[in-house]
Design a protein around this ligand. Structure first.
Ligand code: SF4
Length: 413
């Protein structure tokens, strides 16, 4: 593996997640970029940046640990440059603020309060606050900031029409291909009943790829139903493989579902959806445990999503340290190696750049055997070419219809 961050943008992306970035007074990140949002799922809070090799990322900038970072962002002329301990590392780009953030839906709601771009896809949390935040004593996951976001940066209750119009506006302006719905926990497993009408409407109106992230429903028939209404991808955030660590970190999830139910759902869905992801947080358990969970997920046909723990301000674990880069490297290398070994599809869908995690294919930057299994990698490339061509054709008829139908829907604020 190339160990110089100036020559290895994947390592730079990882190192910036772990160490953060100081912002020099010369920067006008709010004017030139997207501003700083507390984005969905409680693990992204920072500055959206595009690193060399078109690696999108969301870099911590406000958490206290960032003060110790060797990295500084400076604006020089029109360029934004990263320095490490005073040495030039690279020029980066700040993705511009989407114009649809400044528009309102036909119900008068600012679209930026309906959905947020996380990299190049639209993330929507369509339902009320996760009920783990409302119970007394509180049982929310200890890293999570969802209960701090809703009603501040995000509309608490969203209407279906508002969500559809925001998705159409994001598609028209940014060419998004994928909408990701995320819910928390609601008594009686009602998260699916609440989510279903949003998913149906967005799929029917836009034809876009749809991802869903919820707790594991007790009735597994729900997953066939989601598939039949057009959900392409499903993910389950079990966060930690080590059971005592899971119980300590996620008291609500532990009491209502338990780790086993999450794992059963991952295994069950791997045979139903185009992609099933198990989501874990690296940095809250020994790296060996994270690697064990990656090996298990890939063995059942699921693709790991590995987030780096970020001690977000205001969360219960805000005082925990950010992980060390050297501890994280073997985890992300294994994520890539294991997906290739099992021939799992990576990076096939068009225009999906994810800022809040390292994509599985980006683990290649950290792998000691980036050229292993050449046939599997060629197969993946060909699948990507075929899928992108099909999707472009499929979605264009929705685009043509929506250009007329929603012409008047998006109004300036
Ligand atoms: S289930 Fe946990 S991580 Fe998900 S929204 Fe609720 S508290 Fe946050």
């Amino acid at each position: 593996m190339e160990t110089d961050v100036r020559k290895n943008p994947g390592l730079l992306k990882l190192d910036l997640y772990c160490k953060g970035l100081k912002i020099d007074d010369s920067c006008r990140a709010d004017e030139d970029g997207r501003g700083i949002f507390r984005t969905r799922a409680g693990l992204g809070s920072g500055l959206e940046v595009i690193l060399p090799d078109n690696l999108w990322t969301n870099i911590p900038v406000v958490e206290p640990f960032v003060k110790e970072s060797p990295y500084v962002l400076k604006k020089e002329g029109k360029d934004y440059n990263i320095y490490m301990n005073g040495d030039f590392v690279c020029k980066i780009n700040l993705p511009p603020q989407p114009k649809f953030y400044e528009k309102k839906t036909s119900n008068g709601v600012p679209m930026r309060r309906i959905g947020v771009l996380q990299g190049t896809y639209l993330g929507i949390y369509p339902t009320g606050v996760c009920e783990y935040w409302l119970q007394e004593p509180k049982v929310q996951c200890k890293f999570c900031s969802v209960g701090l976001n809703l009603g501040t940066d995000d509309e608490v209750e969203k209407r279906i029409q508002d969500v559809v119009e925001t998705a159409v506006a994001a598609r028209e302006e940014m060419g998004i291909t994928y909408v990701h719905f995320n819910t928390g926990f609601y008594e009686g497993d009602s998260f699916m009943d609440q989510l279903e009408p949003f998913v149906k409407a967005v799929k029917k109106e836009t034809g876009l790829l749809i991802g869903v992230q919820t707790p594991p429903h007790h009735d597994l028939n729900w997953y066939h139903r989601l598939r039949s209404i057009g959900v392409n991808q499903i993910s389950f955030c079990f966060e930690l493989w080590d059971k005592p660590s899971f119980d300590a970190c996620c008291p609500g999830k532990s009491a209502h579902f338990g780790l086993e139910r999450y794992l059963d759902a991952v295994e069950y869905c791997a045979n139903i959806f185009d992609t099933t992801n198990g989501e874990i947080i690296a940095g809250l358990e020994p790296p060996e445990a994270s690697i064990e969970s990656i090996d298990w997920m890939t063995s059942v046909g699921a693709i790991p999503t590995v987030c780096i723990f970020r001690p977000l301000v205001g969360t219960e674990w805000e005082d925990k340290p950010s992980p060390k880069t050297e501890d994280m490297i073997p985890i992300f290398a294994r994520m890539y190696d294991a997906c290739v070994e099992h021939g799992l599809p990576m990076g096939i869908a068009p225009n999906i750049e994810v800022s809040i995690v390292m994509n599985p294919e980006q683990g290649r930057y950290l792998s000691e055997k980036p050229n292993a299994k050449p046939l599997n990698r060629i197969k993946m490339k060909l699948m990507g070419v075929a899928f992108r061509a099909w999707f472009k054709m499929y979605v264009s008829k929705f685009d043509r219809k929506n250009r007329k139908k929603y012409k008047e829907a998006a109004m300036p604020i």
